[in-house]
Every structure is written in C-alpha cells, then in structure tokens.
Design a protein around this ligand. Structure first.
Ligand SMILES: [Zn+2]
Length: 234
C-alpha cells in the first residue's frame, strides 16, 4: 500500500481551504481516492487546519470503509465521501465546506441558477439543491443518508457528475468534486464566487433570468467539450 503521494495531495488540498477563505475553524474536509489500490485518504475529525500534518490523515478501504492507517478518527463526514466514490466512479476528489455564500444558497434550499459565463465555464447548468432529509434519515446513518440524497439528486436530474461537479445539500452546505482533490478545491472556490455573484445579481435585478442555453453551451464547451479551445495547447 503506497499512499504517500495521495496523502500529500490531500494535505495540500485541505490546507487550501483556509487559504482560499472557504473555512473557519474546522468546518470543512477534503478527501481523495486511489481506485487501483482501493484507498481513500481523508482529513481527521476536528483537527484545526494550522495543526494538520500529513501523518494525521486517515487511510480507509474505498470498498468497505475499514481504517487501514492513521491514529486519529476520520472526518465525521467520511460515510458521505465513501458513498459518493462508490456510486460515481468518475470521482477522484471530494470537498465539503460551510463556506459563506454557497452555504447561504444551500440554506435557502434553492438551485443556483446559471446567471453568467463565470458559472457556465465550470457548471453545465444550474447547481442543484437536494431535497431535505427526513427526520428518520437524520436520526440514523445521517452522513450516509447525506451521500444518498446527493446521489438521488444527480440521478433524478440525469446529471453527469463531472459536468455539474457540485451540489447544495438543503439546510446544510455545498459538496464539490473532481478527478482530483485539487480539482474539487478549485470547483469549491468557483462555486463560492458564483453563489456570491448570483445573490447580488438577484438583488440588482429581481426579475433576472438564467443565461440562454446557447451562451451556456458556448462557454461550457469551449473549456470542456471535444473541441475545447480555451487556454494553451499542451
Ligand atoms: Zn457539513
């Protein structure tokens, strides 16, 4: 089992959360997985970011959640992360935070509409808000049920998780993901900016409508489609 490289990536991604102003206290966590080795690496529970070290990270089996390495308890949100990796093989990294603007949208239980090209460059359509969890779902296996309601939302809306790499869990906060932990952090920052801009867009023009599909398509496809042309050829 060789997880040092993955652990370095997960440590850096976790430390990026306070650097990017996405968390206060310990209100966030990042994980990443290695599917070949069946490993998940995640932040430990309740450890402040300024004290977090690589050896504090917890390594678990991706398929059954057994702890394979690490002395500390994994993040309490680990069952959510595990379930999402198990359901969506495209995912390599997941971020959860209580960042201000995205959590404000999650608390208002509303999808984040695509109001401009900043949004369309990363999200191919609105970022969905989940339904609320029931009392029974909260009483028992709450974190697992949070993963289930996210998966249910993506399936019901027929979303490709890499085309809309985020969700707003109603009454709770945002989850973002990507092929790597670093990608998931990048998306968390973009989501935070888009949530802040969308609120102000609605304040300035309460009648505003989402951008037209042809503008959404143009911006998403120029970065992500088969004929993407944004940036430099490598
Ligand atoms: Zn949370």
């Amino acid at each position: 089992m060789d997880y040092q490289k993955l652990a370095r990536e997960v440590l850096e991604a976790n430390l990026d959360l306070p650097r990017m102003n996405l968390v206060v206290f310990t209100w966030g966590n990042v994980s990443a997985c290695d599917r070949e080795q069946d490993l998940l690496v995640i932040k430990p529970s309740g450890v402040p970011y300024d004290q977090l070290k690589q050896e504090d990270l917890v390594v678990l089996s991706l398929s059954d959640g057994r702890i394979l390495a690490g002395k500390l308890n994994p993040s309490s949100d680990t069952p959510t992360h595990l379930y999402l990796y198990q359901q969506f093989p495209q995912l390599g990294g997941i971020v959860h935070t209580h960042s201000r603007w995205a959590t404000s949208w999650a608390q208002s239980c509303r999808d984040l509409p695509a109001y401009g090209t900043t949004h369309a460059d990363t999200f191919y359509g609105p970022v969905p808000a989940t339904r609320k969890l029931s009392q029974a779902e909260i009483a028992d296996a709450y974190e697992l049920n949070t993963g289930k309601v996210i998966a249910e939302t993506l399936r019901e809306r027929r979303l490709d998780p890499l085309a809309v790499p985020a969700v707003l869990v109603s009454g709770h906060g945002p989850f973002t993901w990507g092929k790597t932990a670093a990608e998931a952090v990048h998306t968390a920052v973009v989501l935070e900016e888009c949530c802040m801009m969308a609120l102000h867009t609605e304040l300035i023009n309460p009648q505003v409508q989402p951008i037209e599909d042809y503008l959404l398509d143009k911006h998403y496809q120029r970065k992500h489609g088969k004929s993407a042309y944004y940036g430099q050829k490598t």
